[in-house]
Design a protein around this ligand. Structure first.
Ligand code: UDP
Length: 425
């Protein structure tokens, strides 16, 4: 709800993750959701929030008003076309210039700038050379972790690693979304700098709004079907192959009326389109075409139906700093089977809200999925416990309150810094 109080201005910078676009394709995922939800929740609490992103297409509006005090502002930075995040670094100086122009034209200064992902972190470091503000940063993904699990690293890898280290050591506060992410920062990036743990959240009302029967009716799913759900981007590190190979194993296949639903968008010829083709080939190779349904990109308004219709949601990622899909499934009352990695160890309590399984291990995933499908009463119990856990710890409103406390504290530091500068000069 719109709150007329004006607590101050905040800039959320998310160069490659536009908070206003459709989620689930062209690299749009958790970061876009995070920025938008935090922006809107803070707007509701009386902050003036501007969310800055790169303008990707000529036909996109330069400014999108979400509510009277929350906007997405699209800045010029490079050609108006989709450019993958590994190729955006060279356009960041133009982004910084556009940000300064916007500030000058609108006579706006932001005492708090919260950057998201290393590209925006670099922007924050550059802005700091010219202005006094408090710099908060959320990584969303750490190069030091990511490059351990890929065979070819992009050309920009060294730059990324050094920007991530500089951010950790010099930003005023780093927001880690899970204790596991904090540990990774400390062991792989640097011992210096301030870290605070504030988790991601989810819209608990939206995801608990649909019941299983009406969801199945709407999606034309047999009431007796056993539905296994995947939601997320087509990216090799999401481990969709592990899931498909698990479904192909006899302990899962033995279930009658089995269905595997894979939700997520892709563009033919792009990285996500190529991954979808690779997954389709594995589905065919295992003879799973008849029971596998590629739903494509689904909006957040429709997604609750998919979660509610499922018997189990599987998150087979090789690594996740947090993993929004997990808490969305839990908020929907659905048991999860997730890789025993990163932030998934924080959100999922194994044997209480779902099962944690060794990543990349299809037989282990098959066994866990089979345990849940074979005992629907236990599955429901896990789902209910998951829902309680999300309600207690992971609502956007609760997360935004923690973020607000952090900002207030940073503002107090800024005032002290400002007056110290005045006294000295
Ligand atoms: N998502 C969506 N539609 C899709 C696929 C994904 O809205 O078709 C959303 C999903 O609901 C979640 C986000 O994309 O909110 C993915 O976030 P997560 O943290 O799980 O993964 P990331 O994309 O950040 O790696």
């Amino acid at each position: 709800m719109y709150n007329r109080q004006n607590k101050g201005k905040i800039a959320l910078i998310s160069v490659h993750g536009d908070p206003s676009i459709d989620i689930g394709k062209e690299e749009a995922g958790g970061q876009n959701v995070y920025v938008r939800e935090i922006g809107e929740a803070l707007g509701g609490k009386g902050w003036q929030v501007d969310m800055f992103t790169r303008k990707v297409y000529a036909e996109q509006a330069n400014i999108v008003e979400h509510s009277p005090n929350v906007r997405t502002i699209r800045l010029a930075a490079g050609p108006e076309k989709f450019i993958g995040r590994d190729h955006l670094f060279e356009y960041l100086p133009e982004f910084v210039k556009s940000f300064f122009n916007f500030q000058a034209q609108t006579h706006t200064l932001y005492p708090i700038i919260h950057t998201n992902y290393w590209l925006s972190g670099w922007v924050g470091l550059e802005l700091r050379k010219h202005h006094l503000f408090r710099h908060i940063h959320t990584y969303h993904s750490l190069g030091a972790v990511k490059y351990r699990s890929v065979t070819t690293v992009p050309l920009v890898a060294n730059t990324r690693l050094s920007v991530e280290k500089q951010c950790l050591e010099t930003a005023d506060c780093i927001v880690a979304t899970s204790p596991q992410e904090e540990q990774d920062m400390r062991s792989l990036v640097s011992r210096g700098g301030n870290i605070e743990i504030i988790p991601c959240g989810t819209d608990i009302k939206r995801f608990a709004s649909v019941d299983r029967d009406s969801a199945r009716e709407k999606l034309l799913i047999d009431p007796d079907a056993k539905v296994i759900l995947y939601v997320g981007r087509f990216d090799r590190r999401k481990g969709i192959e592990t899931l498909v190979r698990a479904v192909g194993r006899p302990e899962v296949r033995k279930h009658e009326k089995l269905q595997l639903i894979i939700v997520g968008g892709s563009q033919p010829g792009q990285i996500d389109g190529l991954e979808r083709e690779r997954i389709e080939t594995i589905v065919e190779e295992l003879g799973l075409e008849k029971i596998t349904f590629f739903a494509g990109q689904i909006s957040h308004s429709e997604l609750p139906n998919y979660y509610a219709a499922a018997d189990v949601c599987v998150i087979p990622s090789y690594y996740e700093p947090f993993g929004l899909v997990t808490i969305e499934a839990m908020a929907s009352g659905i048991p999860v089977v997730a890789s025993d990695v990163g932030g998934l160890r924080f959100t999922v309590v194994s044997s209480k809200t779902g099962l944690l399984v060794e990543s990349k291990n299809s037989p282990a995933f098959a066994e866990a999925i089979n345990r849940i499908l074979s005992d629907p009463a236990w599955g429901k119990e896990l789902g209910r416990a998951g829902q309680r856990r999300v309600n207690s710890f992971f609502s956007w409103d609760g997360v935004a309150s923690q973020m607000e406390d952090l900002y207030q504290c940073q503002l107090a530091h800024l005032h002290r810094e400002f007056f110290a500068t005045k006294v000295v000069s």
